[in-house]
Design a protein around this ligand. Structure first.
Ligand SMILES: Cc1ncc(COP(=O)(O)O)c(C=O)c1O
Length: 509
């Protein structure tokens, strides 16, 4: 800890221009590999990482009441025993999210809504859309989820047919779209190495897609308002560009990119524009009359695909998202078909083979139970609560809100360590998101925060957290040490190694 702490402190005192140059140089050195080859360095890094990870590894007393299994029990447990211990565990984890202490995470959360989803899940728990003959109901639900989502996102404003699929989540929807554009570019444009142009604020899923698909990603900056720079994107377009990516809004700062300009650019250059509306797709359409923001959906000719998550503000349980395309031709690049397998003629629309029909059924149920009026009223409540939280933050000394967000509010401090403030909030029970480049924290407002008194409690706690850090700037809690360090260590390979150790630590018994 002391070793990394010293580097971290010294590093932070350097001129930002020097830091940038060093960072670029260090990127080029395969540092983790170099460390691996020098035993004493490896030992030192191992020890430092172990100490850091210990800091964030909070023992959970509730888990101790539940029996542990490192091998299958000899005899199966009685179902009453399984159910009672799991019910106790679930209850012990419920209060924080239910009382609105979490950023995002659970987007609806009212007991009646949850009960409906659970009942529908149990009705269809054995279903699999791969077997269309056994469960035509699931095929119908999937087709209707796609149709309802497409209508909400502008299919009626275009003559093109908008089609799509239900996937397992935002990341899968994004992976599928990028695969479509990679294969489209190869097949229809003869581009051997297709590229995606990605603003730095777009979700990490695009980086994942780039790594998984072996597709080059060209990163472009955002402007002072955290919107993708159209000028930079225009410059980045080249003969290999298959797709431009935009967010509506972005995960980090909740900002909608200049999608009309990007749609025109994409049309002009005959390339594709993917709009990532994973988090905003079920909110923005219902705010058009009351809040001013430019169009972002299929009403714009240049928009060729949209990812939109039913398991976020669509209020379905986790495990579903929709990927929409302008025209069946694009969707064909998503499908997997094989004709020579001894297992039979095989076709599946998304990444998975078998899928849970129950998740599709409960997604359909969530959508029809909410209806247009349900979504509109939820979106208005969320935007209204977000407005008062944004306003409240702007009155707290030392803090400032980044850009002009609608319902994801990122805030930073020019005078205090924002991660220490986040740590002090963690100690008060809050689960917020730490972000970097620039260092900031965000809260994604959900229906949980629209409950009486939650916004006021958030602002009171935040003001007190700032006061505590002002009094004692050295004190760090929660994930603060990890975020603080990770945001400023120039050796990204080492930070990546730390993240892998963190993932390993989740599998320890
Ligand atoms: C804008 C955006 N895109 C993509 C994703 C990825 O979604 P998922 O976590 O469902 O894979 C998120 C998640 O928060 C998001 O906010």
């Amino acid at each position: 800890m002391e070793f990394l702490d010293k580097i971290y402190k010294r590093w932070n005192t350097l001129d930002p221009r020097v830091r940038l140059v060093v960072e670029q140089l260090v990127q080029k050195i395969p540092l983790s590999k170099a460390v691996r080859n020098v035993p004493f360095l490896q030992k030192m890094v191992d020890e430092e990482f172990a100490k850091l990870l210990q800091k964030v590894d909070q023992p959970n007393p509730h888990l101790e009441d539940i029996p542990s299994f490192l091998e299958l029990p000899n005899e199966g447990l009685a179902s009453t025993l399984v159910l009672t211990s799991l019910a106790k565990l679930a209850l012990s984890e419920q209060q924080r999210w239910s009382d609105g202490y979490a950023s995002g995470a659970v987007y609806h959360g009212d007991p009646d809504h949850i009960q409906l989803l659970n009942k529908v899940y149990s009705l269809f728990s054995q279903t699999n859309p791969l077997h269309t003959d056994l469960w035509p109901s699931i095929t119908k639900f999937e087709a209707e989820i796609v149709a309802m989502t497409a209508k909400m996102l502008g299919s009626e404003w275009t003559d093109d047919s908008i089609c799509g699929s239900v996937s397992s989540g935002g990341t899968e929807s994004i992976l599928l779209a990028m695969k479509v554009y990679r294969d489209w570019a190869r097949e229809e444009r003869g581009i051997e190495n297709p590229e995606m142009i990605v603003p730095i604020t777009a979700h990490a899923a695009f980086d994942k897609a780039s790594q998984f698909l072996g597709m080059r990603k060209v990163m472009v900056p955002v402007d002072d308002e955290y919107q993708a720079s159209v000028v930079a994107i225009r410059k980045a377009v080249n003969k290999n560009t298959a797709v431009i990516v935009a967010s509506a809004p972005s995960f980090p700062h909740g900002i909608i990119d200049p999608i009309p300009d990007l749609a025109s650019l994409a049309s002009e250059r005959g390339i594709n524009l993917h709009v990532d509306a994973c988090i905003g797709g079920f909110v923005l359409p219902w705010l058009r009359d009351e809040y001013a923001f430019p169009p972002f959906d299929f009403a714009l000719k240049g928009v060729t695909s949209i990812s939109v998550d039913t398991h976020k503000f669509g209020y379905a349980s986790k495990g579903s998202s929709v990927i929409l395309y302008r025209g069946k031709n694009l969707r064909h690049y998503q499908y997997f078909v094989t004709t020579d397998w001894p297992g039979g003629l095989y076709a599946s629309p998304t990444l998975a083979g078998s899928r849970s029909g129950a998740l599709i059924a409960q997604c359909w149920a969530a959508m029809v139970a909410m209806g247009q009026e349900g979504y509109r009223s939820a979106a208005l409540k969320i935007a209204d609560t977000a407005r008062s939280i944004k306003e409240g933050i702007s009155h707290i000394p030392h803090l400032r809100v980044l850009g002009q967000p609608l319902f994801i509010i990122a805030f930073a401090s020019d005078t205090l360590d924002i991660f220490s403030i986040m740590g002090a909030m963690t100690e008060k029970g809050w689960s917020l998101n730490g972000l970097h480049r620039p260092d900031c924290v965000h809260i994604c407002i959900t229906l949980r925060h629209t409950q009486a008194g939650v916004a006021e409690r958030f602002l009171r706690d935040l003001e007190d957290a700032v006061f505590q850090v002002e009094k004692n700037p050295q004190r760090q809690a929660g994930m603060a040490p990890i975020y603080g360090m990770a945001s400023s260590i120039p050796a990204r390979g080492l930070v990546g190694e730390l993240l892998k150790r963190y993932l390993d630590s989740l599998y320890k018994n």
